[in-house]
Design a protein around this ligand. Structure first.
Ligand SMILES: Nc1nc2c(ncn2[C@@H]2O[C@H](COP(=O)(O)OP(=O)(O)O)[C@@H](O)[C@H]2O)c(=O)[nH]1
Ligand SMILES: [Mg+2]
Ligand SMILES: [Zn+2]
Length: 304
């Protein structure tokens, strides 16, 4: 798999797949070197810019450059990084099956915290419950998140035409609950993806096939546009945040918090709360406010 030549003993590159202490590093001219991290460290992430050098028949990652951003989740017991140095997050949801809105909101909050712009793509618009699904996304459109609709399966050409410009000249991380059409999207945009995944997982896992690692795919020969596919998730913990961080990471809540009587209003029970006034006036969606209160309680609970 690794087509390193003897003359290539060191260099700079980008991590295009990672699994434990193993990483596939792509050089500036597009060759790939299987590397491992030094010592017990396994903290390289897809998208990392690294300096590597040859040690024996593989590469060693000597240095990880400072990250422009890092999207991660923090569950009760572990931190899981999705990708580093990305230009945007694309959250894929579908008309059916119904996705959990809390997962969408959690991804948006993590992205907002990391300073990464988000786009939402609603897939399976060929299904009859489209109107209801569209309504569920109304609060997100209203707070300025671009929402795109497509049908990856029944109108693939239209979907490709819509996604092309959206993904152009950017590195885009795709996240979505399972069943939304993430594999369909990757296969539509990166026809060679399945083969590439096979090769990488063989190199990284000594033959064990796995779909648990994150992978960076180029969309163009010039290697300017990339899609980063990450495995689905059950949990999306936000334990890196304090409860008091939440309001400013949720644009619809944030917009109305300026009207609160108390500067440190929790928006849960205080008098003169601009957020609860906006809720009562129908300016904040009940589901978004409910998710806010649930996250607030979760982040206020004792941390270990
Ligand atoms: N009706 C409909 N089904 C779709 C569409 N796109 C994907 N699917 C189906 O949804 C299911 C889940 O798709 P998949 O790509 O495996 O989702 P993933 O779990 O997110 O990777 C599959 O049965 C797909 O054929 C679509 O546009 N319309
Ligand atoms: Mg899939
Ligand atoms: Zn308030």
């Amino acid at each position: 798999m690794s087509d390193t030549h003897a003359r290539d003993l060191a260099g700079n590159g980008r991590v295009v797949a990672a699994h434990g202490r193993q990483a596939m590093v792509e050089t500036a001219d597009g060759r790939r070197v299987l590397c491992h991290t030094r010592g017990k460290k396994s903290d390289v992430v897809v998208g990392d810019r690294v300096h590597w050098q040859i040690a024996g028949d593989a590469g060693v990652i000597e240095r990880v450059a400072e990250r422009r951003n890092l999207l991660f989740r923090q569950d009760e017991w572990k931190t899981k990084s999705f990708a580093a140095n990305i230009d945007q997050l694309l959250v894929l949801v579908a008309v059916e099956p119904m996705y959990a809105e809390t997962q969408l909101t959690r991804a948006l909050i993590a992205a907002e915290r990391a300073g990464i712009p988000t786009q939402i793509v609603l897939n399976k618009t060929d299904l009859p419950t489209l109107a209801a699904a569209r309504d569920r996304l109304a609060p997100y459109r209203a707070m300025g998140v671009p929402v795109h609709e497509l049908s990856l399966k029944s109108r693939a050409d239209e979907a490709r035409a819509l996604l092309g410009p959206l993904l152009d000249s950017r590195a885009t991380l795709v996240l979505g609950p399972s069943g939304m059409g993430k594999s369909t999207l990757i296969n539509l945009m990166v026809p060679a993806a399945a083969a590439q995944v096979g090769e990488i997982s063989i190199a990284l896992n000594a033959g064990r096939h796995t779909t648990t690692s994150t992978t960076w795919y180029w969309l163009d020969d010039a290697r300017r546009s990339a899609l980063i596919d990450s495995p689905g998730f059950q949990e999306f913990g936000l334990r890196q945040l304090q409860a008091t961080d939440l309001a400013r990471l949720m644009p619809d809540i944030r917009d109305h918090a300026q009207a609160c009587r108390f500067y440190n209003c929790s928006h849960l029970h205080e008098p003169g709360c601009g957020v609860r006034d906006a809720l009562a006036a129908g300016l904040i969606s009940p589901s978004r406010y409910r998710i806010y209160t649930e996250l607030h309680a979760e982040l206020s609970a004792t941390k270990w």
